[in-house]
Design a protein around this ligand. Sequence first.
Ligand code: SF4
Ligand code: SF4
Length: 433
Amino acid sequence: MSIYSSLNSISEELNKCMKCGNCQAVCPIYKETRKEVGSARGKITLIETLLSGELEMTEGLADRLSLCTTCMACTANCSCGVRFDKIILAARAEAVRQEGLHPIKKIAFTALKMNRLFDLGMKFGSAFQGLAMKRIKGSDKGARLRFDFGLGNKVLPNLARKPLKDELPEVITVKNPKMRVAFYIGCVTNYFYTDMGRAVVEVLTENGCEVIVPKDQGCCGTPASVNGDVKSAQASARLNLLAFEKTGADAIVSNCSSCGESWKHVFPQLFDDDPEMKALADKWAAKTYDISEFLIHKVPFKREGLGRVERKVTYHDPCHLNRGQGINQEPREILKAIPGVELIEMKEPGRCCGMAGSFMLVHPDLSAQISDKKIADIAQTHTDTVVTGCPACRLQLASGVENAGLQEDVVHTIQLLAESYKVGKKSISAAAR
Ligand code: SF4
Ligand code: SF4
């Protein structure tokens, strides 16, 4: 039974909980609020009373269920093996079944699954972003909102003039390709951090891979699935699965931790009750790789030709890459291979940054408080660059760094590797002159 179709599907997980409360110690929400409902145990108790019929689903209860960044720290540290990641998704789906979706979320998720309409909206937004956002002077670090939208002093990245999907050709060929790789771009890279996406293509082609960019790909549906809008999440998953099936690619590569997690784990779960789509989702789940995982395990990246990149860096582990996909050593291995890069670990690199997609919009103050802890850990490293493996984490960290007055660049691992290849090529051509 799918966790998205009935709350009964998670009874077994609920029964495993011994109410020891150990999850409090790792929960970013509990650490800030000191309220039992912030922790996994608190929410598990609420969900149990819901299942037993002692409590009814109300708007207030649904609000309490929104107090979770889905960081999976409780799941990873629970000695009873309670899969709270599944429990929270099932409970939020139940909340939507019973209480409906907030009208703003309904509009947002409907737009996200209507690929062309969303694309048009983002292009319009790009053209007129100056009306709502003011660029930060003298930097390309983003912009602040001109009006109070309830997001505090959040720094947001500028919308790209052209989405990356429109900028890239459908197929980027190389001589004698080792593999044909389909690039799943994801919304934040497509509309905001196009530099990150270009770096993915540069590194893949540098390493002998043909890159396919399916033009009909769309949002992976994470905002909808984590908010309980199962129908919209299924629509997004179906659209992407059919688009990538047409490519006949050997693998899918993603540079976003939540998109990768969706392809690997969420899409198959969304179709637990639909054998045909489930088979397709399982097939592509097995062929999906995070870019760092791909470059270490699938097509090992070339180490010859790497140029010096003089940077002191610290690495933030995105929750859905680290705990969701078990990938934490691969990005570090890449960073350590780049000549000139010095990696200095921060305290608790796996602690959630507080972004969690729509969590930042629904609970901006709490999100900022969680971010402040992360930024303080970064400041302690005295580095000049924060590296991460997720565009959404980059957005949150860049905002925190700017607001704290730190002079750090915030980039994706793949951008440093791309930079290193470029420097390597320049020094070869300079030597040949
Ligand atoms: S979820 Fe795990 S860690 Fe938390 S109270 Fe239950 S058993 Fe203990
Ligand atoms: S997933 Fe993270 S935020 Fe949610 S209850 Fe568990 S530790 Fe707390």
